[in-house]
Ligand binder design. Structure first.
Ligand SMILES: C[S@@+](CC[C@H](N)C(=O)[O-])C[C@H]1O[C@@H](n2cnc3c(N)ncnc32)[C@H](O)[C@@H]1O
Ligand code: SF4
Length: 370
């Protein structure tokens, strides 16, 4: 049985950032004790049906998991070790925001067992941080990175680029500063306008304007070039699970993919925090949907995930997981065209999107995947 990745969702934040559509909520007082108990219950329920599988990684995501009391993180990790087999080299990541409140807790998270921090820096430019509605300054972000570097064996941080008004020169300068501080990994996200966010409203009214296609491509190339100089891959996406591997999602809105009795199930928990906790208190879990995936579902998912990654989609792994060959899952005419246009290419038995392909990945996938 393959190792299991465990994802634990903490749904609370200090404030709602205007670009963000993650399942995150602001409360006057975070119900810490209630959510600690509910997360532990849901974890125990999941363990009871999955059995003592080996957990290869744990990811505390959010929301803002650095707002969790460290005892909650410790309790969940202790439970994981008792209920499952926690691999000795398991990567245990916690997403942290660099406000002073949270930076003060980093040592306690390390003591609880976290061995990798992922800091939401977003920008090192004060004007951009204000525009993004962040609660921390650039200086606080740098200080938090320095503290985190002393505490955690592994450290990563997030930046958002292709922001309104961002020039290529300014982004190169910001990225160089970031790369000079970076430890082992950096996640670079192009700003996207998500439905239902404050930015969507402002964008619709023309009050914020994203870089045009040429500028966005130049920013993307600058990102690739600067990152390559530091030996970092620009396309790396911070995935807590390998495409096609099992993962269990605990907490409000968390998704899971679990092999049970020879089938692969997609699970989803209730998204709203308090109704989720009500369900867990009543029935031991907040699952609202559990469906067996068809071969086509599995194929589509693995392609959507895999083609975003530098290593692409492995044809052998694909066939084993989905029960069909990789080429059978793709429109042959579109595939030939995409190869001819150098949007995708075959490399050592893997289908990989090229730079040009990545720039138009969404439309490419829509046409390519059957
Ligand atoms: C779960 S989120 C946030 C983690 C943490 N709460 C924080 O704010 O730092 C993970 C990352 O997604 C990125 N992100 C969120 N919304 C985005 C958007 N609309 N466009 C681009 N990147 C986004 C941010 O870089 C963020 O750090
Ligand atoms: S970006 Fe992070 S801090 Fe901001 S609302 Fe989203 S999850 Fe919360």
């Amino acid at each position: 049985m393959e190792t299991l990745a465990l994802y634990i969702h903490w749904p609370f934040c200090l404030s709602k950032c205007p670009y963000c559509d993650f399942n995150s909520h602001v409360r006057d007082r975070i119900p810490q004790a209630r959510f600690r108990a509910a997360l532990r219950t849901e974890l125990a329920t999941e363990a009871a049906r999955l059995g003592r599988r080996t957990v290869g990684s744990v990811f505390f995501g959010g929301g803002t998991p650095s707002l969790m009391e460290p005892e909650t993180v410790a309790a969940l990790l202790d439970d994981t070790a008792q209920l499952f087999l926690l691999a000795p080299d398991a990567e245990i990541t916690l997403e942290a925001n660099p406000t002073s409140v949270e930076a003060g807790r980093l040592a306690a998270f390390r003591a609880a067992g976290v061995n990798r921090a992922s800091l939401g820096v977003q920008s090192l430019d004060p004007v951009a941080l204000a525009m993004l509605g962040r609660q921390h300054s650039a200086a606080q972000a740098v200080a938090a990175l320095e503290t985190a570097r002393r505490i955690f064996p592994r450290l990563s941080f997030d930046l958002i680029y292709a922001r309104p008004g961002q020039t290529e020169a300014a982004w190169r300068a910001e990225l160089r500063t970031a790369l000079a501080i970076a430890a082992d990994h950096l996640s670079l996200y192009q700003l996207t306008i998500e439905p239902g966010t404050r930015f969507e409203t402002l964008h619709r009214r023309g009050e914020i304007v994203l870089p045009d296609g040429d500028t966005a491509a130049a920013l993307y190339d600058a990102t690739a070039m600067e990152s390559a100089r530091f030996g970092l891959l620009p396309y790396e996406i911070s995935n807590y699970a390998v495409p096609g591997a099992d993962y269990a999602g605990i907490g409000p809105g968390a998704h899971g993919r679990l092999s049970l009795d020879g089938a692969l199930f997609a699970t989803r928990r209730h998204r709203a925090p308090e109704p989720w906790a009500d369900l867990v208190e009543r029935q031991g879990h907040g699952t609202v949907e559990e469906t067996a995936l068809t071969s086509e579902d599995k194929a589509r998912e693995m392609l959507l995930m895999g083609l975003r990654l530098t290593e692409g989609v492995d044809a052998g792994r694909f066939a084993a997981r989905c029960g069909m060959s990789l080429t059978d899952a793709l429109d042959p005419v579109v595939l030939d065209d995409a190869i001819a246009a150098d949007y995708v290419t075959w490399r050592d038995g893997r289908l990989v999107a090229t730079r040009e392909g990545r720039l138009r990945l969404d439309s490419l996938l829509a046409a390519l995947v059957l």
